[in-house]
Ligand binder design. Sequence first.
Ligand code: XMP
Length: 333
Amino acid sequence: MELARRPETMERITTIQQAEAFIEEQVAEVRAQVGDGKVLLALSGGVDSSVVAALLIRAIGRQLVCVHVNHGLMRKGESEAVIDIFGKELDANLVYVDATDRFLDLLAGVSDPEQKRKIIGGEFIKVFDEEAAKLSGISFLAQGTIYPDILESIKAAESGKPVKSHHNVGGLPDEMAMELVEPIKLLFKDEVRVVGEALGLPHAMVYRQPFPGPGLGVRCLGAITRDRLAALREADAILREEFDNCGLAERVWQYFISIPDIKSVGVKDEMRYEGWPAIIRAVNTTDAMTATIEEIPYEVLHKITARITSEVEGINRVLYDLTPKPTGTIEWE
Ligand code: XMP
């Protein structure tokens, strides 16, 4: 398939005004493409799928069906935000699937990171397919493909290697032949964010830090247990809140907590208290191939440590990972 290239004359979208003009143009194009047909979208709550959802709701309202699969590995408040913003505020036709038990049952006892990724990715496609099969009359599939995805495919094609498909929802049943709707496929990430703001999406959603597909699954290190996952979710929420409060959230590319499957001896309320350590990671990078460590002021580290150890059940120590990439990768798994 011939991949559309961005016309050289296309101006970079940097202002709300330019974004509004782009939105108007895309609304007209989408309406012309889909007519009164129904469109399906996997809405993860990430920047790209959220912007596509908001744009399509503007264009075709409830002809868009959004499916949000909660795999139980989302950060605190993320699925709730999808329901609030899209289901309630924007009155989207939203199918919410809480598949937490399905994912956690499959992952029980699995400690190999690649195996965990395979299970999470495979199950995600399965759940999405099952939900899609329940719907009828869908003839279009919307995707949050952006221009770097297209460039990657073009580069692969030019180098003679098989074209890596950027159509990465994947795995839909063959009989569900659907035409693609990709309204932001000529935009770079910074432009997608401006369009998101122009569409009225919350700042926190539009400027969300990158979050891996397997979510907290690769930060609850080793075999995932529900209690350690719950501790991780709470500790991560505290870290994010404190980074927001001191302005670090605007400066740091990615910041998160990981919790290993080890316990150490501590004391709490004058009693022996065995708990897990929470490990802070805060890195800056441009392409995720290498990364440097963000300097976090000691007072911020002290505050985060005090809050996590007093507010989160099961954690008795907080560590700060000072390792750049290389030698460490950004994620621990
Ligand atoms: P590493 O750990 O390889 O991470 O230095 C580089 C970037 O990739 C993200 N990452 C993933 N993203 N699925 C994803 O969608 C994954 O399995 C995955 N593993 C790592 C990581 O968060 C960082 O931004």
